[in-house]
Ligand binder design. Structure first.
Ligand SMILES: [Zn+2]
Length: 347
């Protein structure tokens, strides 16, 4: 069965502003490079904006109205700025601020529907993964929480056991806190301790594992934790579906965190989940080095599609990599290979 890649050009044609850490083309770069690579087991789908009814599964109507209105007027009152955490440096007002985030949610609703119709088991939606979003305010670049909305939608459609796995360097607070009392939704977050939002202290109990790690946490450490502590918990839960937030800010060379994982850790955990759950949705998330983010997400897609052998870049691929971002020069290792070296998971 093929992998469904869910995309919309709003991720190419909108941005948070020239000085925001979310760079212009993170998601469309993955789309474009995947086309250059020419995966055989990937099919492309174009998502629609989520309906208000879908957004209301999680969000408050008053907040959706404010988001729509602020997009329309391109300004917000001081009172509402404070109340909804919009119009700030992290969550700026921009031309597509509502539509972009509502489309990220629409992408996950489409993902859920493709799985419900039994057309696809593996979905890749790099424009989704806004794990900090709250029901009635924005938080940490996340204006809407596409993940919570998708999980609630899946519940409504009859999925009972859902596992949420969050690899982003930041704690997945918006998703995890909302489901903290619901044991049918198993939430897991591994994150750098004391990094914003500075919550997510160690917790290891039924239905919820919060796993803060220290600066320098690497592949060897990750492999040990997964093999010795986590896999048996994930297996025992026996999920019908797994949603994976693959924020690439957990990788070495990301500017926002100090973890030392390679993109092979991501490939390793996706492979593990392929043996645990029939259905998997892989999302994006953080990721502030355009090259490490692009390589990681294309690699994630290749693992889902079982086409890792396609990751050796042609000249066209290397040229694309060189030119994705013009404000900084890439290191050689960021443009020549997709797969990080060394890969300790190979043996
Ligand atoms: Zn992050």
């Amino acid at each position: 069965m093929k992998v469904a890649f869910i995309y919309n050009d709003i991720f190419r044609n909108s941005n948070f502003g020239d000085y925001h850490p979310i760079t212009l083309n993170r998601v469309s770069n993955v789309y474009d490079l995947s086309k250059i690579i020419n995966f055989q087991n990937v099919e492309y789908f174009f998502s629609k904006i989520a309906t208000e009814e879908e957004l209301l599964l999680f969000h408050k109507k008053s907040y959706i109205d404010i988001l729509k209105n602020t997009e329309l007027l391109q300004t917000i009152t001081d009172e509402n700025k404070k109340k909804y955490n919009l119009g700030t440096a992290s969550n700026p007002i921009f031309r597509e601020m509502y539509r972009r985030h509502a489309t990220a949610t629409g992408s996950l609703i489409l993902a859920a529907n493709l799985i419900i119709k039994k057309k696809y088991n593996y979905i890749f939606s790099p424009g989704s993964g806004a794990h900090h979003g709250q029901e009635d305010k924005a938080s940490g670049f996340c204006y809407l929480n596409d993940i919570v909305t998708c999980i609630l939608y899946l519940r409504k459609k009859g999925f009972n056991k859902i596992l949420y796995f969050d690899m982003d360097a930041h704690y997945g607070d918006g998703v995890i806190e909302f489901f903290s009392k619901n044991k049918d939704i198993f939430t897991f977050s591994i994150h750098q301790e004391n990094l914003w939002p500075r919550t997510g202290k160690f917790l290891f109990k039924e239905g919820i594992i919060n796993y803060p790690v220290k600066e320098g946490f690497n592949d060897r450490n990750f492999k040990d934790v997964v093999n010795n502590k986590l896999i048996k918990e994930f297996k025992a839960f026996n999920p019908e579906i797994v949603l994976m937030q693959m924020g690439a800010d957990c990788l070495e060379d990301d500017y926002m965190s100090k973890l030392s994982l390679s993109n092979n850790s991501m490939a390793f955990i996706i492979e593990k989940f392929k043996n645990i759950s029939k259905n998997i949705i892989v999302m994006g998330g953080g990721g502030y080095n355009p090259w490490t983010t692009l390589r990681a997400w294309v690699y994630n897609l290749a693992v889902l599609a079982d086409e890792k052998e396609k990751l050796k870049l042609t000249n066209e691929g290397v040229n694309f990599m060189i030119n994705i971002y013009n404000k900084k020069k890439p290191k050689h290792k960021w443009i020549e290979n997709i797969i990080d070296f060394p890969n300790i998971f190979e043996d």
